[in-house]
Design a binder for this molecule. Structure first.
Ligand code: PGA
Length: 259
C-alpha cells in the first residue's frame, strides 16, 4: 500500500497575489481529484512554495486539501546565516514538508551530499516530512552511472535516517534525472521505472522490504499532461514532482488522472 503524491515545485515563481489566486482556483478542482492511489493508499497534493510566499500560501491554502512545504532550509535552526531560512520557523508557520537535494540546489548552489544529509536531518528534527531528491546528469547516464549516482546520493542523504522515520511515513524519495528537468525531455516510463526499481531495492536492503514497499518514490522531470498517464502506469512510480506544469491549476490538476 502506497500513497500517490502529486507535488508542485514552484521554484522562484509567483508572488503573494499569484499564490492566493492559485489556491482560490485550486479549490475549484479538488472535488474532481482522485481520493485514492491505485496502490491502495491516499492521493495527496503537496506544494513547495518560495519562502517569501509562505505566509500567503498558508492563508490561501486553507481548505484546499494541500500540504505545504519549503523548497530549502539551512541545517541550523537559527544563527548568523545571512539570507537563509530555518526549517524550525517554516514548521511554526505551517509547513509540513521540506524539499532537500533538488538538483538546482546541488548544481547551481554547490550543495554536496554531506550538506544535503545535514538538511534532511534538520528537516526531520524540526518535525517536517522530507522529500529527498536524487538524480543523474546526462554525462553520468551516458557513462552508465545512473544507478551508481542515485544510490550514492541516497546513501549519503539517508545516512542519519533510521527506520522509525520511514515507519512514520516521514520521508519520500523523488527521482529526477537532471537532464529531464525543465528541458522538455522526459525519461521514458521504462527508464524512470528502472531507476525507481534500483532505488527501492536499495531501500529494501537498508530498511527491509516491507518498509521499502510502503515508501513513495516520485518521478520528476518535464512531467506534463500529455505524458503523465504513461508515467503513472509504471508500477514503481508513486507520484510526480513537477516544476513548469505545476504553475497553472489546469495543467497541474490534469496530472492527477485516476492515480
Ligand atoms: P520540470 O521541473 O517539471 O519543470 O521539469 C521538475 C523539478 O525541477 O522538480
Amino acid at each position: 500500500m502506497r500513497d500517490f503524491l502529486l507535488a508542485a515545485n514552484w521554484k522562484m515563481h509567483k508572488n503573494p497575489s499569484e499564490t492566493r489566486a492559485f489556491f482560490a482556483a485550486w479549490k475549484g478542482v479538488t472535488a474532481g481529484l482522485p481520493q485514492k492511489s491505485s496502490r491502495g493508499g491516499r492521493f495527496r497534493v503537496l506544494t513547495f512554495v518560495p519562502a517569501l510566499n509562505f505566509a500567503a500560501a498558508v492563508d490561501a491554502a486553507q481548505g484546499a486539501g494541500v500540504e505545504l512545504g519549503l523548497q530549502n532550509a539551512h541545517h541550523e535552526a537559527k544563527g548568523a546565516f545571512t539570507g537563509e531560512n530555518s526549517a524550525v520557523v517554516a514548521r511554526e508557520m505551517g509547513a509540513e514538508w521540506l524539499l532537500v537535494g533538488h538538483s538546482e540546489r546541488r548544481g547551481l548552489f554547490h550543495e554536496s551530499d554531506a550538506w544535503t544529509a545535514l538538511k534532511v536531518d534538520a528537516g526531520l528534527k524540526a518535525g517536517l516530512k522530507v522529500m529527498l531528491c536524487v538524480g543523474e546528469t546526462l554525462p553520468e547516464r551516458e557513462a552508465g552511472q545512473t544507478d551508481q549516482v542515485n544510490l550514492r546520493q541516497l546513501a549519503a542523504g539517508l545516512e542519519r535516517v533510521d527506520r522509525a522515520i520511514l515507519e512514520a511515513s516521514r520521508l519520500v524519495i523523488a527521482y529526477e534525472p537532471v537532464w529531464a528537468i525543465g528541458t522538455g525531455k522526459v525519461a521514458t516510463p521504462e527508464q524512470a521505472n528502472q531507476a525507481h526499481v534500483a532505488i527501492r531495492t536499495w531501500l529494501a536492503k537498508q530498511y527491509g522490504a516491507e518498509l521499502a514497499g510502503r515508501t513513495p518514490i516520485l518521478y520528476g522531470g518535464s512531467v506534463k499532461p500529455d505524458n503523465a498517464a504513461q508515467l503513472r502506469e509504471q508500477p514503481e512510480i508513486d507520484g510526480f514532482l513537477v516544476g513548469g506544469a505545476s504553475l497553472e491549476v489546469a495543467s497541474f490538476s490534469a496530472l492527477a488522472g485516476g492515480s
